[in-house]
Design a protein around this ligand. Sequence first.
Ligand SMILES: Nc1ncnc2c1ncn2[C@@H]1O[C@H](COP(=O)(O)OP(=O)(O)O)[C@@H](O)[C@H]1O
Ligand SMILES: N[C@@H](CCC(=O)OP(=O)(O)O)C(=O)O
Length: 371
Amino acid sequence: MSEVRAAIAQARTIVVKIGSSAITDLDTGIDHARLDSLVDALEARMRAGSDVVVVSSGAVGAGIAPLGLKKRPADLATKQAAASVGQLKLAQAWDASFSRYDRTVGQVLLTADDVSNRAHHANAQRTLDRLRALHAVAVVNENDTVATNELRFGDNDRLGALVAHLTVADALVLLSDVDGLYTGDPRKPGPDGKPARLIAEVAGPEDLDGVIAGSGGALGTGGMASKLSAARLAADSGVPVLLAAAAQADRALADASVGTVFAARPQRLSARRFWVRHAAEALGRLTIDAGAVDAVVARRRSLLAAGVTGVSGGFSSGDVVELAGPDGVVCARGVSSYDADDIADMAGKSSDDLPSDYSRPVIHADQLVRT
Ligand SMILES: Nc1ncnc2c1ncn2[C@@H]1O[C@H](COP(=O)(O)OP(=O)(O)O)[C@@H](O)[C@H]1O
Ligand SMILES: N[C@@H](CCC(=O)OP(=O)(O)O)C(=O)O
């Protein structure tokens, strides 16, 4: 067995994210039989000594049938109404299923701000830790009914990876309706007419060359692209990932012998750099010239005012901003040393031409993370 599979099989704390398609059905809502067999596998893993945190999608999926809707709603208000009906049913279903084992369940609904704001972050972390200490299973989802389009996690694969970071988990398991990562969408033939192939292990980004990450099913949100970016996020925090079918949850959780595994980077990013790169909301953008892109990306230098060509957003010093090159492509994120208005005045000026109050770099190298 590969080292990555062994690490996942032996992980002490494990976050298991379950996709909508694994536990809900458009016509009938929650599939209780499938949920029960998932809980059987989760309970077995807990009895073997692991702490498990569940990230469960399915609120919108579970609300569709009770509201008499025919398909996953596209507009925000109906999606939120469906989530409000469905989340109640989902939490009840998890509770009922775990109660077969006398196991207590706690519902944790997070908004993006709970993770991007460092003070709230500590709060969410404490709640998850305390539930774990009290031997209750946390069932986490996005607080869909209050989240707006601008401030969302985007999808629960990302939420799963962020929760893995928050709980300093040793592994993240993504359970879906597909049994792993394929070279292309397994529902379609590849560009060469041949069927897509399952990839057993992704050691690094080079193994993803040529892979086509397609969209999801009728109930899923992000499709394969969101799973790949969640795997990258988890890798940055030192957490290996297993992507497998929910129907194979027993094997996925018992010995990680199915699906696709993604290796973690050998050294996890520090909590601060992880926050700058992945968790914080960028409150503005600095456009920088080609020389500054080279300094920041290739030479890992601080960003000086001379290389800034444009400023957007109403951010303050201490906020996270994106850096984009002349082509508009974001190349880094960092913590700004100044307010947006000050940078607009400083832009393009060399350090010698700036008053002494403005002698610090716009973003210090220690506060910059390449994307
Ligand atoms: N390269 C790929 N490998 C595997 N599945 C893929 C790929 N491209 C697209 N898919 C589709 O992504 C779907 C899973 O995404 P999604 O529906 O969002 O799942 P979930 O609800 O579990 O989050 C699969 O059903 C599969 O058809
Ligand atoms: N928070 C949403 C889930 C969004 C989502 O990412 O769904 P999925 O792609 O099925 O994991 C819900 O509970 O319906």
